[in-house]
Design a protein around this ligand. Structure first.
Ligand code: FAD
Length: 432
């Protein structure tokens, strides 16, 4: 059992900014993350490895703060009682790992987001991955040099992924973006309001020079070779709907991001729908409707690293009672929220993406449930009870986002533990 004034769950930009801001308040702070190093999705590999100087500066300040502890390899599983979190540490070589209860006065949830994957014939073939998923593998050392990779889906993440792949020697066949040209042009024009983002976009396009950026187009199917691995991808282009087959070894495909809500929902925090997405409902200081619990970063809506950082700062200041230092951050948050709204408008999913799955296309990959079986149901609950959709190891993290687009369902409850846990952990904490 460990006691802290503030526990921050998530060591991505939002969590690090929250801990950094709260540290000056003087209480004891723990930053918990299930990854071995801090940084979250964008600063994967550690904040000190990044070209973004904010990452290294924040990390250095946190290392120097005597009241901040970093708990890596530590996964939050559930909340046994108000003010408590049950965590599991990873099993290192020769150790069984352990289960511990963290007690807190204030909690900041900064658990980020995951990719939305959409089913199409062939999306389960070896070689087809999430766009951010392949990026994460490559940042972790997975070799792609000389491989032909198509990056498809929607949003600025596609550009970041393609840049990472090219940097590691992959041949990026094309970037296939579903958003139409007018939406992209409006978004590009609006970047004048956020010069840092405009500069980042220019840098990315310079890095990607020579790679086709195919707009208003989407993948309709993927084909395998005799060995059963990905071989080629069929792409439908533009208004005309002409189709083209492109050969590739990997297809990295992602349709935007979805907030990770499980922990907030397990704690009973209210959610709301914003820009068509379920997000944690927060007040002006990032507080949820559960006393003492705050949420910052992608959990409150997808908005990019700058919004995550400023929301984290506000949550950290609020949780540590430093509200008098908050005004500049509140103004900055308003600016980045406008950017997030423009992002959501520009990259809204087109309806035809919900029509790609054939009857035999698997939608729930864990339980092998095909589209033909699911579309006979009227709700997530009915489908779950009768087909086991969403009941496998990912607990609906992948098929939940897909069934929302395909059938308009929203998973309605979260089961604890919120992430896979060792049996020893569950035995040690008998109240699950
Ligand atoms: C796969 C992926 C790749 C991305 N790549 C880029 C990119 O290259 N460039 C870019 O600009 N943006 C990228 N983004 C977007 C970027 O993540 C956001 O813009 C922003 O940085 C999010 O910050 P955050 O702190 O809210 O969340 P994150 O950075 O996602 O951090 C959340 C952290 O919480 C931890 N966590 C979650 N649940 C638990 C739990 N139960 N117990 C313990 N720890 C937990 C996670 O391990 C993670 O480290 C990516 C997003 C995703 C999903």
């Amino acid at each position: 059992m460990k006691y802290f004034d503030i526990v921050v769950v998530g060591a991505g930009p939002a969590g690090l900014a929250a801990a950094n801001a709260a540290a000056a308040g003087g209480g004891s702070i723990a930053v918990v993350d299930d990854n071995p190093v801090a940084g979250g999705q964008i600063w994967r590999g550690g904040p000190q490895q990044q070209s973004d100087i904010r990452a290294g500066a924040m990390w250095a300040a946190l290392q120097a703060a005597p009241n901040v502890s970093f708990l890596p390899h530590t996964r939050v599983l559930y909340a046994p009682a108000p003010g408590q979190l049950q965590v599991q540490t990873a099993a290192a070589a020769g150790s069984a790992g352990s289960a511990t209860t963290l007690h807190f006065n204030h909690l900041i949830i900064a658990t980020g987001a995951r990719e939305r994957l959409l089913p199409f014939p062939g999306w389960t073939l070896p070689g087809v991955t999430g766009a951010g998923g392949l990026q994460a593998l490559v940042k972790g050392g997975y070799p792609v040099a000389g491989k032909r990779v198509m990056v498809a889906g929607t949003g600025p993440l596609l550009l970041a992924v393609a840049a990472t792949l090219r940097e590691r020697g992959a041949h990026v066949v094309a970037i296939v973006e579903q958003a139409p040209l007018p939406a992209l042009a409006r978004f590009a024009g609006s970047l004048a309001a956020t010069p840092a983002k405009a500069a980042q976009a220019l840098r990315l396009f310079a890095q990607l020079r020579g790679i086709a950026y195919v707009r208003h187009s989407h993948v309709v199917s993927a084909r395998s070779n005799a060995a059963g691995a990905l071989d080629a991808v069929r792409v439908r282009r533009g208004k005309s709907g002409t189709e083209q087959v492109l050969d590739c070894d990997y297809l990295a495909c992602g349709y935007g991001l979805l907030p990770n809500l499980e922990l907030a929902q397990a704690l009973g925090c209210a959610t709301t729908v914003h820009h068509g997405q379920t997000v944690v409902q927060t007040g002006s200081w990032q507080q949820t409707d559960v006393p003492g619990v705050y949420c910052a970063g992608e959990g409150t809506g997808i908005g990019g690293v700058d919004l995550a950082l400023v929301e984290g700062r506000i949550a950290g200041l609020a949780a540590s009672g430093q509200t008098q230092r908050m005004q500049a951050a509140l103004d900055e948050r308003a600016r980045w929220k406008k950017f997030a709204a423009r992002l959501a408008r520009a990259f809204a999913l087109r309806p035809e993406l919900a029509t790609l799955a054939a009857d035999d296309t698997i939608v729930c990959r864990c339980e092998d449930v095909p589209h033909g079986e699911l579309r006979a149901h009227t709700s997530w609950r009915s489908a779950k009870l009768q087909t086991r959709c969403g009941m496998g190891p990912c607990q609906g993290r992948i098929c939940g986002g897909a069934t929302e687009v395909l059938y308009g369902w929203r998973p309605d409850a979260v089961r604890m533990p919120i992430a896979p846990a060792r049996i020893a952990t569950l035995i040690a904490t008998s109240d699950v």
